[in-house]
Design a binder for this molecule. Sequence first.
Ligand code: ZN
Length: 279
Amino acid sequence: MRVARVSGRLSLLVGNGAVDVHAASDGRFPADPDAVFDQWDELREWAGARGNHGAEPYSRDQLGAPVLNPKQVFAIGLNYRDHAAESGVAVPSAPAVFTKFATCLTGPYDTVQLPSDKVDWEVELVVVIGRRAWQVSEESAWSHVAGLTVGQDLSERAVQLVGPVPQFSLGKSYPGFGPIGPAIVTSDELADPDDLSLICALDEELLQKGRTRDMVFSVSELIARLSAVCPLLPGDVIFTGTPPGVGMARTPARYLTGDTTLVSAIDGIGELRNPLIAK
Ligand code: ZN
C-alpha cells in the first residue's frame, strides 16, 4: 500500500492514479492524512480488498508531505560508518538523537528557499510509526511501523555548529528543511525493507549513494532504543541517518546553491525533487 497526501487529502496511489480515501470509503476513513494512523490496519485491509479501481490521474505538484503534524520527529546522526568516518568522529555506541522541529516538513516537490550559503544535503530513509511503541523489543519493532518514505535532512551547518555545543535540531529545522514523500510505502511492497538503495543528486550530479543495510543501528534497533525512553506515537517519524557524501565533509566543503533541483530517491519507495532557490 502507498499512502499519500494529494491536494491535501488522504489518498492511495495505485498504478498511475490516486484514490481519494474519504470519498471512496463513504467517510469510513478521514480526509486528513495525519488523522488515519489509528485506523492503519483497517486501511490496509480495506485497500487490499478494493483493488485498483477508481483511481484518478494526479500531477506530482498535488503531492504534499504524507505526514505534516507528527507529535514527534526523531532524527539520527552518524548512523552509517562511512559517514561517521568522513565526519571525523567515532562510530556511535548508542544512537545520536536529535529532532527536526515539525514546521520544517514539506512536500516531495516543494521549492525550498536556502537561508544561507551553508546548507548541506542528507538523503535519508524515514520511518513512519503506525502503532504506539513503548519499550518494544527489536523482534517486534517492525510491527509498529506504518511504512517507509524518503526524506532529506537539510542542514544549515553554520547554525548547527555554532558554539559552545552543536545545535543539530535548530540548524536542521528551517522551513522546508524536511522534505518527505512521495508516499508512505508499507514494508510488504519491498523485497527487503532492511536493504534499500538510496541516492542524492543535485540536478544530474550524483552526490550520495548508499544502502540501508549499512546503517549502524537498523530500523528495528532504532525503534527498540528510542522506545526504551520515549513512547513512539502513531504518525511519528524517524529520520534514520545519511550515508557518506555530504558537502561539509568534502575538501573544500561544498554547499547547495540556488537554481538547482535536489533529488533524493530510495529504490522501491520513490523520489523527492525539490527545486532550490537562493536567499
Ligand atoms: Zn541527517
